[in-house]
Design a protein around this ligand. Structure first.
Ligand SMILES: Nc1nc2c(ncn2[C@@H]2O[C@H](COP(=O)(O)OP(=O)(O)O)[C@@H](O)[C@H]2O)c(=O)[nH]1
Ligand SMILES: [Mg+2]
Length: 321
């Protein structure tokens, strides 16, 4: 790709042309060589969006909630980008497939851009792509970017936690005591939402969350707030959105936003490097002709020495160009 083509792509992104946004994200996802230049070119135009992570167990209603939040944001005249990293229920399929009218109005709205991402990348690949997609949407000047990721604690899909505001979704009936306490899940959220409040047991989950928070050691960041909602019935979503906006304003004043951005940059750099190292390593080790395994079995080298060798090769390639 010529420099001028990349420039044209950047201006297409800044003009918020949906086709260009889609193509740019695909380029990043497919790890096309030019995508690195594209991301470099986009960087100066990033940082203006409110990145909101929405995470929680599969089936808790993250996609439904994301859809609702998007609608309410549109009512507030905010433009929205959605990145859904949820292989179990893709935003464009899954729960929303059965409700085409709901998707319908969002799908034709030029101020809403929705992208589902699979888990096809290997180590570091997916996170790298998601950070890239966020960059594209930031450069397109989306007011809010919603990032849906499943689960908590899996590094590959745990991008939501380095968002400006992190929403963790809970539901009644998943073993109410366990889900709250497990894996310090309450620690990563700025807002803890009990979704499916229309189902029995929701208030019990809320009180379990409250007592978990009361027992938690004090932390520098403000204690998370607890909310409840029924995404399906569109109840409590407006209030949740108020809390999301309030969090962003407080985070900006307190310096928390700066801290989150720093964490995100750190995670992004790590993802790019991890991906580079893993590609290099996989490439070498899957090449049956270079004899690394023979040398290993003959006792000429140890795995550690081979790793050392590969590392030097990688550094050598870098300095060559
Ligand atoms: N009863 C009830 N069901 C809901 C609610 N929100 C979502 N669901 C349902 O829960 C299922 C999983 O929703 P989905 O949004 O795909 O969850 P995700 O896997 O977390 O993205 C779907 O059948 C939704 O219709 C809610 O507030 N109440
Ligand atoms: Mg989903």
């Amino acid at each position: 790709m010529e420099r001028c083509e990349i420039d044209a792509m950047i201006s297409g992104i800044r003009d918020n042309r949906p086709g260009t946004l889609a193509r740019a994200i695909s380029m990043i996802e497919d790890e096309e060589p030019d995508s690195a230049h594209l991301l470099e070119g986009l960087h100066p135009f990033t940082g203006g969006s409110h990145v909101v992570g929405i995470t929680g167990p599969p089936g808790s209603g993250k996609s439904t909630l994301t859809d609702r939040i998007t609608k309410h944001l549109r009512k507030r005249s905010k433009s929205v980008g959605v990145v859904a990293v949820d292989p179990t229920s893709p935003f464009s399929g899954g729960a929303l497939l059965g409700d085409r009218t709901r998707m319908g109005d969002l799908a034709t709205d030029p101020e809403v851009f929705i992208r589902s991402m699979g888990t096809r990348g290997s180590l570091g690949g997916l996170s790298r792509a998601v950070y890239g997609a966020i960059k594209v949407l930031e450069a397109a000047a989306k007011d809010v970017i919603l990032v849906e990721t499943v689960g908590v604690g899996q590094s590959e899909v745990d991008i939501a936690r380095v968002a400006d505001t992190v929403v963790v979704v809970f539901v009644p009936g998943l073993g109410d005591d366990v889900q709250a306490i497990k894996a310090g899940i309450t620690e990563i959220g700025d807002l803890l939402v009990v979704n499916k409040a229309d189902l029995p047991g929701a208030s019990r989950v809320e009180s379990v969350l409250e007592s978990t928070l009361n027992l938690a050691p004090p932390r520098e960041e403000p204690a998370p707030k607890i909310a409840s909602a029924s995404a399906e019935r569109d109840e409590g979503v407006e209030e949740l959105l108020d809390l999301i906006e309030e969090h962003r304003n407080l985070a900006r004043e307190s310096g928390l936003l700066e801290l989150r951005r720093r964490m995100r940059a750190r995670a992004e750099i790590t993802a790019i490097l991890a991906r580079r190292v893993s590609r290099h390593t996989e490439g070498y080790l899957s090449d049956g002709d270079n004899g690394w395994y023979r040398r290993l079995t003959r006792g000429e080298v140890s795995p550690g020495e081979l790793a050392e060798e590969l590392w030097s090769k990688l550094l050598g390639q870098e300095s060559e160009g």
